[in-house]
Design a protein around this ligand. Sequence first.
Ligand SMILES: C[S@@+](CC[C@H](N)C(=O)[O-])C[C@H]1O[C@@H](n2cnc3c(N)ncnc32)[C@H](O)[C@@H]1O
Length: 402
Amino acid sequence: MSDFADADASSPDDYAFRRYLTAKTTVDDRALHGPTEARLETELADLSAARDRETPVRVLEVGAGVGTTLPRLLARDRLPGRVHYTLLDREAGNVEHARERLRAWGDRADTPVDRAEPDDPADDLRLSHDDGIVTVRFETADAFRFVADRAVDDPAYDLLLAQAFLDLIDLDDDLPRLLSVVADGGLIYAPITFDGETVFEPTPAGLRDEAVLDLYHATMDAPDRPGSSTTGRELLTALPACGCAILSAGASDWLVYPQGGDRPEAVAEGDDASTDKRSADATADQPPQDATELEQGGDERREEPPVPGVTATEIPEVETQRPPTDESHYHADEAYFCHHIVNTVESAVAEVLAGETSVDPTSADLTREDLRTWAETRHRQIDAGDLLYLAHNLDLLARVRR
Ligand SMILES: C[S@@+](CC[C@H](N)C(=O)[O-])C[C@H]1O[C@@H](n2cnc3c(N)ncnc32)[C@H](O)[C@@H]1O
């Protein structure tokens, strides 16, 4: 299946965003903090062991996007035998894409997952594996409406999973609402939470990189927008303030850099680096074979879909997306990922300069021409295989106490 075979031509903006979410999968694969993932696995195994074999561990993933997290957890063998997994996103196209992805992934992954009863009338997907069954429920809903509809005095979930999501919410008001659906002694896992650093290199003399990135981060910190540019570190105090105990935390920085003209080899199944238990430093030099690579048929290039004009779901974008080239100097679809990030930054800062946000456009001495030059330079660097992109994120795992 092409990852975009189900793209809704009437929604080109969502389509581009879904391509971005898919393209970032290999970046996330490398970035995730191994010790925190390993602790998650242990905690889930303990929860599972403490109950009878028929009672599943209940997981709610909010802001699940195109559903890349569950295949990764399965590929890395992080889940216990019996799991009921609710995969929620407010965009119907994302949820539909996630459903197709999981069906295709279950078909393709030789072991331990295969598909059973795909046409369940309740719209569940059951993935059977050696140790048990993962039942997946797909929900198109606003996360806060969904949790409000659940009885606060009957918390339903053992794990709330929110990847690259909590930096979009107001921690004071929204975090307690999300936590209200987690059972006492349950868990919250928040991987890939942005934490305030964006780096593009190299930076030619005269390029207004600092001014652009300062304004970009300022848009995340604007008082009329939920979330902040330093959500990762803020969670280290916000979670305890909600009664949670941090169990593990660590950096999950995105690092994308050119591969020097050679595409990285897929790691053969059974090699140490491809085993399911990752160490923190199993990173970019040899990207591990993972859920994404299985989805993409190993090292083969994905068939490129036509790329429409881009407007991100959360931050409008202004520039037409350039098509990727066959000579991409980056792993998988990561050239597109970088173009999309540059586009996102440019669009957010353009809104500031146009006076369309609450951020003071005069707080940085930046002109529209400076911004255009910045974006054109960064796009050209990607095309030439010269650009390095780094973003600082944190992964957190905490136990919920009420
Ligand atoms: C940055 S993306 C991350 C997607 C996915 N977790 C990942 O890491 O690939 C954020 C996702 O949250 C979803 N989203 C944003 N606000 C939401 C809300 N209030 N309720 C449900 N989903 C939401 C968006 O549709 C988007 O898919």
